[in-house]
Design a protein around this ligand. Structure first.
Ligand SMILES: *Cc1c(COP(=O)(O)O)cnc(C)c1O
Length: 385
């Protein structure tokens, strides 16, 4: 079998590679140089984020968030089980307990209606994950958090350039975490950012990120020497990577728009399947603007997904499933964290299939993949446009 359409292919857009050469030529290759400042300023300006700090990954931003939440043994954090391991790992690394809550069937996001029932006197925070770049029901989540005095950390790894009621994902909670991993819309290979939306965390965030020192204050001339003032780690990415990222961020609107065109073509072509009730296609709730991070379909059952995926892959179209729910994973089981059964998570995770989607994807390839899906069901596709 030869791969005709990969699941993802990272893109370079020209300015990113040129900026990397510029960073190398400048002689400033370690972190917090001119390109890092440019990337942070871009995030702060474009997304109206009070403070953006580049990190080595979204995982690092989540770990910083766990430190900023002061999580420790006995503490509980509410999050979905249907997420990447990093969301839960950051909590578990502090000795705290992830409390998995079920998801909404329409967006596969944390079901806000189930949060209150999961809160105990030990609950410290709510960590919603914006799946596929479509926002969680943040008004409800923020209202609950305010009433119960809980910190909100958004895992907006997939949410760069997406919004909720006009506000950028990652800027709604107390803290927000972005990913610039190769698999995300905007990428520098490996990278991330922590958005510090509540000023309360700003000073400590800088210190944690700089190995527990007040080096950032020193570089601004606010103290005359820098020293060990707190715990911390090395969460600062190289300026070479920030340079690549600046090029990608500057092209962000173009990348997002192109992905939107590709998703719209998939949706239009596959509509006859949805109309016949053979599959379900992604929906975007009122007030949410997607960044088109993902195009998925929900099949009738797990065996239909397996058969469809085999057929697509056999034809060279690299469709793929997504998360194994964390509460069913070996670690999720062995810690004995209470989750009970999460019926929507267990059901939909077994039926979801992601189709190839990336910036450079040819429209003809979207059409070929969509036709292969329609052929599986023996239904005529609609035209792409
Ligand atoms: C990609 C992703 C992460 C991890 O991002 P890295 O930058 O690779 O650390 C975390 N959470 C979610 C929901 C993701 O999709």
């Amino acid at each position: 079998m030869t791969v005709k359409v990969p699941f993802n292919r990272p893109c370079t857009l020209g300015p990113d590679a040129a900026y990397v050469r510029e960073a190398i030529a400048s002689g400033h290759m370690c972190g917090d140089g001119p390109f890092s400042r440019r990337a942070q300023a871009f995030l702060e300006t474009t997304f109206h984020a009070p403070r953006a700090l580049l990190t080595t990954s979204c995982t690092a931003a989540l770990e910083m968030s766990a430190l900023l939440c002061d999580l420790g043994p006995g503490d509980e954090v509410i999050l979905p089980s249907y997420t990447f391991v990093s969301t839960a790992n950051a909590i578990a690394l502090r000795g705290a307990r992830p409390v998995f809550v079920d998801i909404r069937p329409d967006t596969l996001n944390l079901d806000e209606a189930l949060i209150e029932a999961a809160i105990t006197p030990r609950t410290r925070a709510i960590w919603p994950v914006h799946y596929a770049g479509v926002a969680c029901e943040m008004d409800t989540i923020l209202t609950i958090a305010r009433r119960r005095e809980l910190v909100v950390v958004e895992d907006a790894a997939q949410g760069v350039f997406a919004s909720y009621k006009g506000r950028a994902l990652g800027t709604l909670g107390d803290l927000g975490c972005y990913s610039f991993h190769e698999t995300k819309n905007i990428s520098c290979g490996e990278g991330g950012a922590l958005l510090v939306n509540d000023d309360r965390y700003a000073k400590r965030a800088e210190i944690l990120r700089e190995k527990g020192t007040n080096r950032s204050q020193f570089l601004r001339g606010q103290v005359d020497k820098y020293t060990w003032v707190d715990v911390g780690s090395s969460y600062v990415p190289a300026d070479i990577l920030a340079a690549f990222l600046v090029g990608q961020l500057e092209a962000g609107e173009r990348i997002t728009a192109r992905r939107g065109e590709l998703c719209a073509a998939y949706a239009r072509m596959l509509a006859p399947l949805a109309e016949r009730g053979l599959v379900r296609l992604p929906g975007v709730p009122e007030g949410c603007v997607s960044n088109h991070h993902m195009f998925y379909l929900i099949t009738a059952d797990a065996s239909q997904r397996a058969a469809l995926m085999d057929q697509l892959r056999g034809a060279g179209y690299m469709a793929t499933f997504h998360y194994v729910p964390l509460h069913t994973s070996p670690v999720g089981q062995s810690y004995g964290w209470r989750a009970g059964s999460l019926p929507v998570t267990e059901d939909l995770s077994a039926r979801l299939l992601r189709l190839p989607l990336f910036y450079d994807m040819a429209m003809a390839d979207v059409e070929a993949v969509a036709r292969a899906v329609c052929a599986f069901y023996g239904v005529e596709c609609r035209d792409a446009a």
